[in-house]
Write a protein that binds this ligand. Structure first.
Ligand SMILES: Nc1ncnc2c1ncn2[C@@H]1O[C@H](COP(=O)(O)OP(=O)(O)O)[C@@H](O)[C@H]1O
Ligand SMILES: [Mg+2]
Length: 243
């Protein structure tokens, strides 16, 4: 990747995403993660359930703050999460759209201007003024996709969202997501659809128990996941040099 090609950069170092289970137990959801999401690339994220994919994306979106290490970025990315984790449960759908718009640098005036078409697109009708904790996961996904369609972010983080939602909304949302992936300059996507990732991604990161096991060529990293290749052959460094 050419030098200076990193205007959209997120890098994480150290221990991140420590989560508290009870009064005396803590659990580090991510450990010693270090990589750069480069401008213009499509980066895939794979790993078994609980390996830390969603936590990583939430750290990058600024929803979780790492307990150690840093996330650096020149612009705010938009997180589209299958279960709507990017949004605040006590705020209404409208308030969440307002929040996301402002995180992406849009003025309140501009978000208000977009609001009528967003409400219509979301098909959420009266639920748009209810707190998000009353939403089903399909409804949360609709709200996320609505934000995505209206705000057209340059950096897009997608967490296992392809295939969620009810059938009527699914077709509309999948087409939109694919268009957005093509148009967004930079995309990071966690998915179990390895064939899709292999086709679309420039690189893939594989996580295991919160650590990067492999980082590099999509086919190679998928081979590591399936035990066909040793991680040391694929990416001995397991990390990028972060600036
Ligand atoms: N809110 C939470 N509180 C405590 N532990 C959590 C929470 N969310 C996730 N975890 C734990 O953090 C680890 C990583 O989870 P997650 O990032 O959701 O993984 P993935 O998206 O790869 O399935 C898992 O062990 C999970 O149990
Ligand atoms: Mg997840």
């Amino acid at each position: 990747m050419p030098d200076g090609f990193k205007t959209a950069m997120r890098s994480i170092g150290g221990v991140v995403g420590k989560k508290i289970f009870g009064p005396h137990r803590t659990y580090s959801a991510l450990k010693d993660i270090s990589f750069t999401l480069r401008e213009g690339e499509m980066l895939g994220v794979i790993g078994k359930n609980g390996s830390g994919k969603s936590t990583l994306m939430q750290c990058m979106a600024g929803i979780f703050r790492p307990t150690s290490g840093v996330v650096r970025s020149k612009i705010n990315p938009f997180l589209l999460a299958g279960v709507g984790t990017g949004y605040s449960a006590s705020l209404t759908g409208k308030e969440n759209l307002m929040l996301y718009g402002s995180m992406l640098g849009l003025t309140e005036e501009r978000v208000n201007e977009l609001m009528p078409e967003m409400v219509e697109f979301s098909e959420l009708e009266s639920f748009i003024d209810e707190p998000m904790k009353t939403y089903s996961s399909g409804m949360k996904a609709r709200l996320g996709i609505t934000g995505l369609a209206s705000f057209k972010p340059d950096v897009l983080l997608i967490d296992e969202v392809l295939g969620v939602g009810d059938p009527t909304f699914k077709e509309k949302s999948q087409k939109l997501i694919m268009d957005m992936i093509e148009n967004a300059s930079t995309v990071m996507m966690a998915s179990q659809s390895f064939n899709l990732l292999k086709k679309m991604c420039d690189r893939i990161i594989m996580l295991e128990k919160g650590e990067i096991v492999a980082l590099g060529d999509p086919s190679d990293v998928i081979d590591v996941f399936h035990g066909r290749k040793d991680p040391s052959e694929v990416s001995p460094e397991k990390r990028d040099e972060c600036e």
